[in-house]
Ligand binder design. Structure first.
Ligand SMILES: [Zn+2]
Length: 78
């Protein structure tokens, strides 16, 4: 069964995404496997949304990124 990054949901079975941490991809951690600050992840997801949704405004992209992250175990606030 595939494991997914608990911060951004990419599949960890893909060699491109596997990093030093067990539960996070390499883009969500530093070189020691520590989770990046929330603002860094938010910026990355915002860029990713803008890359495949042409015409989206920066404000819309950020709002969607924040919504997306609320579904992630690493960032869900309960
Ligand atoms: Zn990730």
């Amino acid at each position: 069964m595939d494991k997914f990054c608990e911060s951004c949901a990419v599949p960890l079975s893909a060699p491109d995404f596997k990093g030093p941490a067990e539960q996070y991809c390499k883009y969500c951690t530093d070189e020691k496997g520590n989770l990046q600050p929330q603002e860094v992840i938010l910026g990355g997801i915002t860029q990713w949304l803008k890359s495949w949704q042409p015409g989206i405004t920066p404000e819309q992209a950020k709002a969607r990124a924040e919504h997306y992250m609320q579904a992630m175990p690493a960032w869900a606030n309960d």
